[in-house]
Design a protein around this ligand. Structure first.
Ligand SMILES: *Cc1c(COP(=O)(O)O)cnc(C)c1O
Length: 417
């Protein structure tokens, strides 16, 4: 695009100045200006190459500029790019069927398409209201997005407080606390606060620093919600679509204990980088909660986004990336832990959704050193570095990343808070 190529002489610094005077300051200044990517690598405006261990926050499942994804999107855009939901498209219908299959959703299940994770959770939140109850349970540390409904489900006070009042009825329970969960469904609490409409949880909390729910928690959640006739909503926006080594994280017995949820929300990795989200409603009851005219979207289910998701799913299958994710994730974990850097306490998480827990709260400093060394990582918590690389990360690339963590030191002069 000539308007951009005409500015090719701009350096990273020049672009950053232009960014700050044109783009709203919600994110702070960008760490780098990125101009191109290929596989697991990206290049910045000054020509420096980085191994991308964040993948646009668990989004670029196939890495950057994957030829299959590029071809699918280009072909669809060159055929039929957008139609609105007054019309259906083969791409949208095929993706809905594909998602129901990979989710192992029972007969009567249905899909609603969105453009993002927050919109998927917004739709799920609206579904909970249609139960006729308004009491919704979510977990401390949980992150569900930034629109007002999704924000009401999100626990983090700093995100919520500037925007109150938020939609009501949401209670946040201590993370992973089975006693607190049982208590929330107990007759006394129900008499005081009302019947539970839904419990909304992430199988592994991503933004909270890659924290996995304790074994048995989801199974208990399923028993309690079923007994109370409440919905079990799993936010798999970050954990879904192969990220943890199975299509959906809760499908792994150690995480899900065989539960069948009522609702699963997806986004991030679904379109391999093209914005697309989805709500899967399991069975007739959940699928019927949003009736005709009760929800909508202009872009959701857009055929370009739909073929991006189909291409991403197709490559994950063709290249057996679910098994690859388990293998390369294990290599990455063992190599980082095995190097014995005193700064590294442990590596937690599953598949390619990992966090390197540090022995000191210097994650921002480590992330800055990583960037200088040519690695994109994310300081997800003061003492944790999140790794969510493309699912196509090779073993060699994983070992490169591990070598960084083996050697990294944070100068003593760095502040520690
Ligand atoms: C990222 C994320 C969201 C929000 O998705 P957006 O596409 O940024 O709106 C919601 N839930 C979880 C678990 C996420 O990780």
């Amino acid at each position: 695009m000539s308007e951009i190529t005409e500015r090719s002489e701009l350096t990273g610094q020049g672009w950053t100045q232009a960014y700050t005077s044109a783009v709203m300051d919600t994110f702070g200044p960008p760490q780098r200006i990125l101009v191109r990517g290929e596989g697991a690598y990206v290049w910045d405006a000054d020509g420096k190459r980085y191994l991308d261990l964040l993948a646009g926050i668990a989004v670029n499942a196939l890495g950057h500029a994957h030829p299959t994804l590029t071809a699918a999107v280009s072909a669809q855009l060159g055929t039929l790019g957008h139609v609105s939901n007054f019309f259906g498209t083969p791409a949208q219908i095929t993706l809905a069927e594909r998602l129901l299959r990979l989710a192992e959703a029972p007969d009567g299940s249905r899909v609603f398409f969105t453009n993002s994770g927050t919109e998927a959770n917004e739709a799920a939140f609206k579904m909970t209201r249609r139960t006729g109850r308004t009491r919704v349970l979510a977990l401390e540390g949980g992150f569900h997005g930034r629109t007002l409904g999704a924000l009401a489900l999100t626990a983090k006070e700093a995100y919520r407080e500037p925007f109150e009042p938020l939609p009501g009825g949401v209670e946040h329970l201590p993370f992973g606390d089975t006693g607190a969960l049982e208590q929330a469904f107990s007759p006394d609490v129900v008499a005081a606060r009302g019947e539970v409409a839904a419990l909304v949880v992430e199988p592994i909390q991503g933004e909270a620093g890659v924290r996995e729910l304790p074994a048995g928690y989801l199974a208990l959640a399923r028993r309690l919600t079923t007994a109370a006739d409440a919905l079990l909503v799993l936010d798999e926006v970050q954990t879904g679509m192969g990220r943890t080594g199975s299509w959906l994280a809760h499908q792994q017995p150690e995480i899900g204990g065989g539960v069948v949820p009522d609702v699963v929300t997806l986004a991030k990795g679904l379109g391999g980088g093209i914005p697309v989200g989805a709500v899967i409603a399991y069975g007739d009851r959940a699928a019927g909660l949003l009736g005709r005219g009760q929800h909508g979207t202009t872009f959701g289910g857009n055929p370009v986004a739909a073929v991006a998701a189909l291409a991403t799913i197709g490559v994950i299958e063709r290249d057996r990336l679910l098994a690859h994710v388990v293998e390369v994730g294990e290599v990455l974990r063992r190599a980082i832990e095995g190097a014995g850097n005193p700064l590294v306490a442990e590596v937690r998480g599953r598949g390619l959704l990992l966090a390197v827990r540090l022995t000191r709260p210097v994650a921002p400093e480590v992330a800055a050193v990583a960037l200088e060394a040519g690695f994109v990582v994310n300081a997800v918590a003061p003492d944790a570095i999140r790794l969510a690389p493309p699912l196509v990360l090779t073993i060699d690339q994983a070992l490169d990343a591990a070598r960084f963590f083996a050697d990294v030191v944070v100068p003593d002069s760095s502040k520690e808070s």
